[in-house]
Design a protein around this ligand. Structure first.
Ligand SMILES: CCCCCCCCCC(=O)SCCNC(=O)CCNC(=O)[C@H](O)C(C)(C)COP(=O)(O)OP(=O)(O)OC[C@H]1O[C@@H](n2cnc3c(N)ncnc32)[C@H](O)[C@@H]1OP(=O)(O)O
Length: 250
């Protein structure tokens, strides 16, 4: 089991480099089926034989979501300086509803639960209904950007996004950043909600690694309107890198 978890995090790191390859060749939803690390990392939300990459555009994405996706996706392309080509430090992270085909987890999980487990933010099948998002990371700058379009199933106050849904996404974005160099868990998350997010709207979530002290990673996150003029939410988080046995209840 510990080995499987290790594969999960290695796989997550692989995704960073794989995503660049995919973004260059997608028709929408196409995913290389040749990579064994990808095949082993996801189960299907639908009856397709390939893992479904939720981070690629679908018809529910509005113009702002598409525009921002294209903006950041174009930054992931290979940069050319004169004759020289160099890999961009931006990568799009593919998004699956499962990180491993066969879940691993605490020793208390039954096989039945494990087989049904799904990533919280990727378990709504109807396009546009829940969390529509795509993550981009800049490894050099230790920065993560998420473009989020919040669907109608995320309602909290009438017509606006639930604070828990916003917290979920902040945890996801900061968590991705903190996990780039290995397994990490949220120890602390502080959120200031500054202005409500209308349902159906698109927001930009930017996360930075502020400080690293041993196992501790201090990460901040800001949620704004696409043009950056409206601040919706601010957060700081503490992540602790963990030994994978920690998740095995040992
Ligand atoms: C790749 C997929 C992308 C998806 C991303 C999704 C990301 C989602 C991330 C999550 O949601 S994780 C789930 C929510 N988090 C948890 O369930 C964590 C539950 N808590 C724990 O498991 C442990 O408390 C934890 C691993 C966080 C820390 O336990 P440890 O035993 O490893 O640490 P320890 O208690 O020894 O503390 C180590 C240091 O951290 C400090 N510390 C620990 N918890 C703290 C806290 N809450 N606030 C401030 N400091 C804290 C602690 O004081 C100490 O400081 P010093 O070294 O300076 O003495």
């Amino acid at each position: 089991m510990a080995r499987s978890l290790d594969r999960l995090y290695k796989g997550f790191r692989n995704l960073v480099s794989l995503s660049a390859m995919w973004s260059m060749k997608h028709p929408i939803y196409s995913v290389s089926s040749r990579s064994p690390s990808v095949r082993s990392m996801a189960v299907l939300p639908f009856s397709f034989s390939k893992p479904w990459d939720f981070s690629l555009p679908n018809p529910s994405w509005g113009p702002e979501m598409m525009q921002l996706y294209e903006h950041y996706n174009s930054m992931c392309e290979v940069e050319t300086e004169g004759e020289e080509k160099q890999e961009s430090s931006w990568k799009r992270l593919p998004g699956y509803n499962r990180l491993l085909k066969y879940a691993t987890g605490g020793v208390y999980l039954s096989k039945m639960i494990q087989s049904k487990a799904r990533l919280f933010t990727r378990n709504i099948r109807e396009p546009g209904a829940g969390f529509e998002y795509v993550l981009f990371v800049n490894i050099k700058e230790q920065k993560c950007v998420c473009i989020l379009q919040a669907g109608h199933l995320l309602e909290g106050p009438p017509g606006h996004v639930h604070g828990g849904a916003i917290a979920t996404m902040i945890d996801t974005v900061t968590g991705c950043l903190a996990s780039l160099s290995g397994a990490a868990m949220t120890a602390n998350l502080n959120i200031n909600y500054r202005s409500p997010i209308p349902l159906g709207s698109t927001v930009v979530m930017e996360s930075f690694l502020d400080k690293k002290e041993g196992r501790k990673m201090f990460v901040s996150c800001k949620v704004t309107s696409p043009d950056g003029t409206k601040l919706h939410t601010e957060a700081t988080a503490l992540f602790l890198s963990i030994n994978l046995n920690h998740l095995m209840g040992r």
